[in-house]
Design a protein around this ligand. Structure first.
Ligand SMILES: NC(=O)c1ccc[n+]([C@@H]2O[C@H](COP(=O)([O-])OP(=O)(O)OC[C@H]3O[C@@H](n4cnc5c(N)ncnc54)[C@H](O)[C@@H]3O)[C@@H](O)[C@H]2O)c1
Length: 326
C-alpha cells in the first residue's frame, strides 16, 4: 500500500454525517488521530452516544444532533462551521429496517441533495459519499465492476437511493466542479457493529454465539458476501478523501474475496468453542445471492489494500463482543 499524505487533514475541519453510527464513529476517531477537527452529525436513530465516547474526550470534536434530511438543520451547521471536507455516511441502514420502512429510505435522497448543494455553495474541497454494494442489486456479472452492467430490475429502495446518490455526486463534479466520489461498501464488520435484529450478520451471529444460541441462516447459506474489517473500511475512506484521482468516480470497497454465510457461521462457531449447528429459515425476498467486487480500481486509484485478514478481524470483533458489548 502506497503511503498517502495525511497532512492536508491537519487543522482542517471535516463534517462526518452518521457520526454516531458504526462506521461513522470509527471514521471520526481516525480523523481526530490524524489532526483534523471533526464536526459529527447524527440524529441518533440507530447510532449511539456510546460510540462517540472516545471522540467526546477529544478537544477538536464537536457533536451536532440533527436530521440531515431537513435542510435548515444542515444549513445551520455549514453556517456555524467552515467545513473543508464532507463524509456523508448517514443513512437508514439494515435489511430489516428497509423491509419494514421502505419509504423512509427514499427520504435519504433529500439529505444527499441538501449536503451536496451546501458543500458546493460553501466550496468544500471534497465530498465522500457512502454508497453500498446494494447499488448492484442481484449481480448481472461476477466479479461486480463499477462500470459493469447494472441490474435494471433491481428495486430495493436502499440500493436505488445509493445509485441516485452516486449519480448526484458525479454530476456535482462534472457540472459544478465539486470534487467528490462514492464508495460502494461491501459487508463491513468490527467492534461497535449493530448486533440487534436490525443489524448485520457478523454481529448477529456473534451475539447469539455468546448466548450459546446457533446462528439463524436465511436460505441454504451458500450465498456469498465480501467482508471488510472496520479499520480497513475507514482507511479506504481517508484514501478516497485525499486522492484527486478519485473525483467523479465510484469505487468498490472490499477484499475481493467471497465467503459463504455457512463458512462465516462455521468460523464464528470455532471462535466461540461451542458446538453451534446453524438453523435454516426461508430466504428473505430482498436479499441477493452473490457479492464479489472487482477491487482493481480501489487498488490502483486509491492505492489501498485491506490489511486485516478475515480470521483476524473476526477474532478482534468477537473479543469486543465478549467483553460485554453483546
Ligand atoms: N455496515 C455496512 O456493512 C455497510 C455496507 C454498505 C454501505 N454502508 C453505508 O455506510 C454508512 C454507515 O453505515 P453503518 O453501518 O455505520 O450504519 P449505522 O446505522 O451504524 O450508521 C448510520 C448512522 O446514520 C445516522 N442517521 C440515519 N439517518 C439520519 C439522518 N436522517 N440524519 C442524521 N443522522 C442519521 C444513524 O443514527 C446512524 O448513527 C451508511 O451510509 C450505509 O448505507 C454500510
Amino acid at each position: 500500500m502506497t503511503n498517502v499524505d495525511y497532512r492536508a487533514l491537519q487543522g482542517s475541519t471535516v463534517l462526518v454525517t452518521g457520526a454516531a453510527g458504526f462506521i461513522g464513529s470509527h471514521l471520526v476517531d481516525r480523523l481526530l488521530s490524524l489532526g483534523a477537527r471533526v464536526v459529527g452529525v447524527d440524529n441518533l436513530s440507530t447510532g449511539t452516544d456510546q460510540n462517540l465516547a472516545e471522540a467526546r474526550r477529544h478537544p477538536e470534536f464537536v457533536f451536532v444532533r440533527a436530521d440531515v434530511n431537513r435542510f435548515e438543520e444542515v444549513a445551520q451547521i455549514f453556517s456555524a462551521h467552515k467545513i473543508d471536507y464532507v463524509f456523508h455516511y448517514a443513512a437508514v441502514v439494515g435489511v430489516r429496517i428497509v423491509i419494514e420502512r421502505p419509504l423512509e429510505v427514499f427520504k435519504d435522497i433529500d439529505g444527499i441533495k441538501f449536503l451536496l448543494a451546501l458543500a458546493h455553495a460553501h466550496r468544500v474541497k471534497k465530498f465522500v459519499f457512502a454508497s453500498s454494494s446494494e447499488a448492484y442489486g442481484e449481480p448481472v456479472e461476477l466479479p461486480e465492476r463499477e462500470e459493469g452492467v447494472l441490474n435494471v430490475n433491481a428495486d430495493d429502495p436502499y440500493g436505488l437511493t445509493k445509485l441516485v446518490g452516486e449519480n448526484m455526486v458525479r454530476n456535482y463534479w462534472r457540472r459544478f466542479g465539486l470534487p467528490g466520489c462514492s464508495l460502494r461498501f461491501f459487508n463491513v464488520y468490527g467492534p461497535r457493529q449493530n448486533a440487534s435484529a436490525y443489524g448485520f450478520v457478523v454481529g448477529i451471529f456473534m451475539k447469539r454465539a455468546l448466548a450459546g444460541a446457533p446462528p439463524v441462516i436465511f436460505g441454504d447459506g451458500k450465498a456469498t458476501r465480501d467482508f471488510v474489517f472496520i479499520s480497513d473500511n475507514v482507511e479506504a475512506g481517508v484514501h478516497a478523501l485525499l486522492a484527486d484521482a478519485a473525483n467523479g468516480k465510484t469505487f468498490n470497497i472490499g477484499s475481493g474475496r467471497q465467503t459463504t454465510i455457512n463458512e462465516l457461521a462455521e468460523k464464528i462457531a470455532v471462535l466461540s468453542g461451542k458446538p453451534l449447528v446453524p438453523v435454516h429459515e426461508p430466504e428473505r425476498a430482498i436479499e441477493v445471492r452473490y457479492r464479489c467486487p472487482d477491487v482493481t480500481r480501489m487498488r490502483e486509484l486509491l492505492a489501498f489494500e485491506p490489511q486485516v485478514p478475515l480470521d483476524e478481524g473476526l477474532r478482534r470483533t468477537y473479543d469486543w463482543f465478549r467483553i460485554g458489548h453483546a
